[in-house]
Design a protein around this ligand. Structure first.
Ligand code: ZN
Ligand code: ZN
Length: 280
C-alpha cells in the first residue's frame, strides 16, 4: 500500500490542489453523449458554496438506503457492499433499512419496456421517501432491482434525485448480468456504487460536472457511464470536502483499500494515482 498524504505536510487544500494534475479535461461531446443533448452550464466551487447547499448538521447527518422489491442473494450482498462504500465516500454512517414492497407505485404507474420487464415510475417512490426520511437522515436513497422511468418521455433511468428534498432512487436492473454470483458481482457493484454516489452527491446540491472527466458527468447510456472513471475531479472533490469536512488523504486511503478488497482494478488504479499525486 502506498503511504498516505501526510497531514503534517499537506492539509486538505494542498491535497486538492495536488490532485488537479490528475484531472482530464472533457472533450467536445459526441452526438451519443449527454452533453450533446443537454446544454448544461456547470457549477464552479464558488457558485456551489454560495448556493446554500444541503449540508449535514449535528442532528441530521446519516445516510439511509431503502431497498424496494425482491433481490437475489448476490444483489442483496451488493447492496450491503454499496452501503459500506458510501460510508467511506461520504464519511457518514450508512444504514440499510428493512426492505419493502413497491406498493407505493400503483398499477397505472407501471409499464412494460422493450426489455419486457415491468418498469416503475420514479415519482411515487420519491414522494414516499420524502415522507419516510428519518429525522436524523441527511439523505435517503431507495435501491430497487426493478427498471425505472421518470416520465413517459424517457425509456428508462438508472437513478434520479430530488436534491433539495434529499431523496433519490437507483436501480440495479440494468447492472446485473444474468448468472451474477459471489464470484462475478464486481461489474454490478462498480455500477451501483457509481450511480448511488453520483445521486447522493446531487442531493448535496452538486451539479453535473462539465469541465473534467468525472463521476459527476451526466450520462445518456450504460456505455457512457461505464466509460467514466469512478473518480471525482478535483473541483467536485473540493465541493464535497467543503461540505462534509472529511480528511482528503484518509478518505482516499480507505476507498483504495475498499477497491482492493473487492478487486475493482480500474477504480483502484485511479485511487492509487491520486494517492501518488498527493504524496509528492
Ligand atoms: Zn446526474
Ligand atoms: Zn467534476
Amino acid at each position: 500500500m502506498i503511504a498516505p498524504c501526510q497531514q503534517i505536510i499537506h492539509n486538505n487544500s494542498d491535497c486538492i490542489r495536488l490532485l488537479r494534475k490528475n484531472d482530464t479535461p472533457l472533450k467536445k461531446p459526441k452526438p451519443s453523449e449527454w452533453l450533446f443533448h443537454h446544454k448544461e452550464k456547470g457549477q464552479t466551487f464558488e457558485q456551489y458554496t454560495q448556493s446554500k447547499p444541503v449540508k449535514p448538521t449535528a442532528s441530521r447527518n446519516k445516510i439511509y438506503l431503502q431497498p424496494i422489491g425482491n433481490f437475489t442473494q448476490t444483489q442483496w450482498k451488493v447492496i450491503q457492499y454499496t452501503a459500506a462504500y458510501l460510508d467511506l465516500f461520504f464519511d457518514r454512517r450508512v444504514t440499510v433499512l428493512p426492505k419493502i414492497k413497491p406498493t407505493m407505485v400503483v398499477p397505472a404507474q407501471r409499464r412494460y419496456s422493450n426489455t419486457a420487464s415491468e418498469q416503475l415510475l420514479t415519482t411515487p417512490i420519491l414522494d414516499f421517501l420524502e415522507k419516510k426520511i428519518p429525522a436524523d437522515g441527511l439523505v435517503i436513497m431507495a435501491i430497487t432491482s426493478q427498471d425505472l422511468y421518470p416520465s413517459s418521455n424517457y425509456n428508462f433511468v438508472f437513478g434520479i434525485a430530488r436534491t433539495q428534498q434529499r431523496v433519490g432512487v437507483s436501480s440495479l436492473f440494468r447492472y446485473s448480468d444474468s448468472g451474477m454470483d459471489s464470484t462475478n458481482y464486481q461489474k454490478c457493484l462498480v455500477r451501483l456504487i457509481k450511480t448511488s454516489s453520483h445521486e447522493i452527491t446531487h442531493m448535496l446540491t452538486v451539479k453535473h460536472c462539465i469541465t473534467a472527466v468525472c463521476l459527476m458527468n451526466g450520462s445518456n447510456s450504460l456505455s457512457e457511464s461505464d466509460s467514466r472513471p469512478n473518480r471525482l475531479c478535483s473541483v467536485c472533490l473540493h465541493k464535497l470536502q467543503w461540505n462534509l469536512e472529511f480528511n482528503v488523504s484518509a478518505r482516499l486511503e480507505k476507498i483504495a483499500a475498499y477497491f482492493q478488497k473487492h478487486k475493482l482494478q480500474t477504480d483502484l488504479s485511479f485511487a492509487e494515482a491520486d494517492i501518488r499525486a498527493i504524496e509528492q
